[in-house]
Design a protein around this ligand. Structure first.
Ligand code: SF4
Length: 87
């Protein structure tokens, strides 16, 4: 399923996406953007917020397991990350 995704390592907390699309974005406790809704994620506002981001931190993730596959390809589920299947 397509999901809206903010790359926290790229986000600089400028607030542009939040100003444009407060339906989908808000500041987290670290002052960075976080996705607060996965509803209607292909709205004009969401797309405008994405294109306004100076660091291209916002993207659509096609598969919610993308992050897991990328991480666990390296650690082979031996790490303590939130994706680990050893819980
Ligand atoms: S526009 Fe980009 S850099 Fe600015 S707060 Fe949003 S995600 Fe972060």
């Amino acid at each position: 399923m397509k999901k809206l995704f903010v790359n926290k390592e790229a986000c600089i907390g400028c607030g542009s996406c939040i100003a444009i699309d407060s339906e989908h974005f808000d500041f987290d406790d670290d002052g960075l953007s976080m996705v607060i809704s996965q509803e209607n994620i292909e709205s004009d506002n969401a797309k405008n917020a994405m294109s306004s981001c100076p660091t291209n931190a916002i993207s659509y993730s096609e598969d919610e397991n993308d992050e897991k596959e990328e991480c666990c390809e390296h650690c082979q589920n031996k790490c303590d990350c939130k994706n680990s299947e050893n819980e």
